[in-house]
Design a protein around this ligand. Structure first.
Ligand SMILES: Cc1cc2nc3c(=O)[nH]c(=O)nc-3n(C[C@H](O)[C@H](O)[C@H](O)COP(=O)(O)O)c2cc1C
Length: 176
């Protein structure tokens, strides 16, 4: 299996990097930071696993990763995304994929969600401002539904809900 697969990650505060490391270790394959990857480099692999974070409802860096993958001629792309949303919020996770992948991609590109958390200490200033704006908006919002109340509390401080167990569906998909 060695050299057949590569795990490429884009990580801002470390959650996606941690998941990428766990996945590469489990698959015994190459691990690479998205910033160092070229199409030529990817062309040597049959399967490219691309991991990134959810960012304001979008997959951070997916467009560029897809272009690189298409240019590389590598066989298959598998996606994973980390986010602050817990895995149990299945409807939200499903909506997220629906917003980011076309109907064709949804059926052809294997995609996996893994809960991460929030790390204010490592966030870049624009992200911190965006989170502050979210928090302010949530605080001001009247008649919050239970989800919105939970969300308001969740984004008040850093938390880590990542767990190696969430890589199992992706690893099983690639090994069985
Ligand atoms: C500005 C901003 C927007 C975010 N938007 C979402 C989102 O839409 N959905 C979600 O589940 N998590 C969201 N998050 C949380 C990140 O996706 C989460 O912290 C992720 O695990 C970070 O990955 P990284 O540490 O690899 O950068 C957001 C975080 C920031 C800072």
């Amino acid at each position: 299996m060695e050299n057949k697969m590569i795990v490429v990650y884009k990580s801002s505060t470390g959650f996606t990097k941690k998941y990428a490391e766990w996945i590469a270790e489990e698959l015994q394959c190459t691990l690479a930071d998205y910033r160092t990857v070229t199409a030529e480099m990817l062309s040597g692999y049959e399967i490219v696993v691309f991991g990134s974070r959810a960012h304001a409802g979008m997959i951070d860096g997916y467009k560029k990763a897809r272009e690189l993958f298409q240019k590389s001629g590598a066989g298959k792309i598998v996606l994973f995304v980390t986010g602050a949303t817990p895995n149990v919020a299945e409807d939200m996770v499903r909506d997220f994929w629906g917003q980011n992948l076309t109907v064709d991609e949804l059926s052809k590109i294997p995609h996996f969600y893994m809960q991460g958390g929030l790390c204010y200490e490592k966030m870049c200033p624009p992200d911190k401002w965006m989170m502050k704006a979210f928090a302010f908006f949530m605080k001001k919002k009247k008649d919050k539904n239970p989800y919105e109340k939970e969300f308001e509390q969740a984004i008040a401080a850093s938390y880590d809900i990542s767990d190696k167990k969430y890589i199992a569906p992706l690893v099983d998909y690639l090994t069985k």
